[in-house]
Write a protein that binds this ligand. Structure first.
Ligand code: NAD
Ligand code: MG
Ligand code: MG
Length: 331
């Protein structure tokens, strides 16, 4: 199944430039959306809580800052960029009552719409512009003249031109300079969750930890274990990212390449693949989403316990020591 990719020539800048846009939240994504759109000639206001520490930062950057109700009331396009678990409450209390027919509700991740934690009225557009990268890179690349690619999706088209609005927003964000990928709330949400759980964050951290523990429990020095299974990870990934798996394989020794083919399928084996399928099924049927929301409502109890456990793991202590001894990375 091929995806459709769009570029700047496919976007109509005047659509978003003719609307009032509210960016709710000024964190990783929020600051990037607000600043990039402002620099693209869009009428932006940032909606923040009275108490927000970010308000001063946003004002210093030249942005108009108002409370969330005012932002939602003024705007035609409301992009919600508070943490996913806070969005239903922010929406219920400060946004829903200000929605006018023809307004556009926008997201950078499909979680709350896809799983039904936010239900938008039928007479507003529901769109997503989801940068495929962290907010700080979205801002940096924009200022450098490039842009992070976005997934662009329309869940609900009340005005008949929701797609133009979404594409135009993505143009303002700078994503169209690299490419806009047409997707759906379902695919974006489920693939994003699967990727971060099974491979990028969950899979990767656990694999590094297991490798480190295997070596140190067998009596090898922690520092060397860190270098072998953690530090070198970035170099291998960089080669794959820049030039493909075949180039990484070309760059490593034949011994390493032989070991890759021999050992990889033993580590990521039939049982691991079964676990991936189970993880995907729990994402698809909404049970992961509900488990996460329940923990949020319980003060993030489980999340905080797990965070404490990894923060105090020996691999983190070793890493801290080693990074401070070497000059390759300076904060
Ligand atoms: P963040 O935690 O960096 O920032 C959240 C912002 O919302 C902060 O400014 C915070 O002060 C504000 N906020 C928190 N609670 C609030 C409330 N009750 N009312 C008003 N403001 C409140 O969040 P983020 O990582 O930028 O994520 C925002 C959205 O972008 C999420 O939907 C996330 O899935 C999506 N997203 C994030 C990234 C990323 O790079 N972090 C990438 C793609 C998509
Ligand atoms: Mg995610
Ligand atoms: Mg080696």
């Amino acid at each position: 199944m091929a995806v459709e990719i769009f570029y700047e020539k496919d976007c109509k800048p005047e659509v978003i430039q003719g609307k009032k846009v509210a960016i709710i939240g000024y964190g990783s994504q929020g600051h990037a959306h607000a600043l990039n759109l402002m620099d693209s000639g869009v009428d932006v206001r940032v909606g923040l809580r009275e108490s927000s520490a970010s308000a001063e930062k946003a004002r210093e950057a030249g942005l108009k800052v108002v409370d969330v109700d005012t932002a939602a009331e003024e705007a035609d396009v409301i992009m919600i960029l508070t943490p996913d678990e806070t969005q239903p409450k922010v929406y219920e209390e400060h946004i829903a009552k200000h929605l006018k027919p023809g307004d556009t509700l926008a997201f950078a991740h499909g979680f709350n719409i896809h799983y039904g934690y936010i239900k938008a009225p039928e007479d507003v557009n529901v769109i997503m512009v989801a940068p495929k990268g962290p907010g700080h890179i979205v801002r940096r690349q924009y200022t450098e003249g490039s842009g992070v690619p976005d997934l662009v999706c329309v869940q609900q088209d009340a005005t008949g031109d929701a797609w133009d609005v979404a594409m135009s927003y993505a143009w303002g964000l700078g994503g169209a300079r690299s490419g806009l990928i047409k997707s759906t709330f379902k695919d974006e949400t489920e693939e994003d969750l699967f990727g971060e759980q099974a491979v990028l964050c969950g899979g990767l951290v656990e694999m590094i930890k297991a490798g480190f523990e295997t070596l140190t429990e067998a009596g090898y020095p922690e520092e060397l274990a860190y270098f072998e299974v953690y530090h070198e990870m970035k170099m291998i990934v960089d080669l794959m990212y820049e030039s493909g798996i075949h180039f990484m394989n070309y760059s490593i020794s034949n011994t390493a390449e032989y070991g890759e083919y021999y050992a990889g399928p033993k580590v990521i084996n039939a049982e691991s693949r079964r676990a991936m399928k189970e993880i995907l099924a729990r994402i698809q049927d909404g049970s992961f989403a509900q488990e996460f929301v329940d923990d949020c409502n319980n003060g993030h109890k489980w999340l905080l316990e797990q965070r404490e456990a990894i923060n105090s793991h020996p691999i983190e202590k070793t890493g801290e020591k080693i990074r401070s001894m070497f000059s390759w990375i300076k904060k």
